[in-house]
Design a protein around this ligand. Sequence first.
Ligand code: IPM
Ligand code: MG
Length: 375
Amino acid sequence: MERVADDMADHVICLLPGDGIGPEIIAEGVKVLNSVGEKHGTSFSYTEALIGGAAIDACGTALPEATLEAANSADAVLLAAVGGPKWDTTDPAKPRPEQGLLGIRKQLGLYTNLRPVQIFPALVGASTLKPDIVEGVDMMIVRELTGGLYFGKRERFYDEAGAGTGGAAGQRAYDTMEYREYEIERIARQAFDAARRRRGKVTSVDKANVLETSRMWREIVHRVHDADYADIQLEDLLVDNAAMQLINRPADFDVVVTENMFGDILSDEAAQITGSLGMLASASLGDGTALYEPSHGSAPDIAGKGVANPLAQILSVEMMLRFSFDMAEAADDVRRAVTCVLDEGWRTADIADAATPSEKTVGTVRMGDLVVERL
Ligand code: IPM
Ligand code: MG
């Protein structure tokens, strides 16, 4: 599909469908955007570019230069998902779809990843946890996104001499976790600001009993807090304990701030609390163009079947309206429409249960249509 930015449009959005179910769900996001535009007297125009496996197939790299340019010159980026078995490899010399995602995060300077974890009342039963534990869950995971292990120095090589091992020759590999003061300071501010808009509590997650980066993290988070955010309640949790407490008392958490790798792991865990990864959106913010994407992956097993849940993509559109375009009312509308559709009992297969009648189990396009109708 050829898309050309319309210079007259109020907002230009760069679409990155990616792989697997990506193209199917992003189409529903666009449908919702167009409907919001009509209702709120705003126009959106779209550019489209390749990322991930689709880009590897077409250009040999997961993040072509043209994609970066399209992203940079847009007002916001809407991404669907990347990856699939076709491009799975452990060969460090081969391109991987994830490099597209990591590259665009780094290149656009998207250091703040916001992952809201909310439970829609109609879906309380979808969780594997007891209803009384998940009821009222409403947290915001603030994940540092451009530092730490993901971007540190790494290497894999064959150590002929087995240096320092008494001669155990063999492969060696390392990744390094490094943080700088300003990186921790700015993500801490993002977390405290988010808490001010919410319930006023921040849980900072680290591994300060072992890691030097974590000890520095803790010191800086507290310094920022004491200097500028004394009104916010701050607690520290070690990451292993945090993994346990998230399941034990998820409703107690408001804002959770943590470094890149811990945030990756804990956000999947938190998603499972809701029982419906297909519902969770995310926003990646920096100082320039922001990027919005579902928290879930490209689900290659169901790609092209028209059954994927488009709601996380649609809720990413909600976040875009809120954070990039300052359209809080329109964003609330989208959320209300999604809530309404769920309350009426409509489900895609991933969130349907034994009690869902078959006529209420719908595919990707129908689910998108339902949301648009309720708008
Ligand atoms: C995520 C994903 C990515 C990450 C992968 C696909 C590189 O798991 O957005 O959480 O690890 O950040
Ligand atoms: Mg992840």
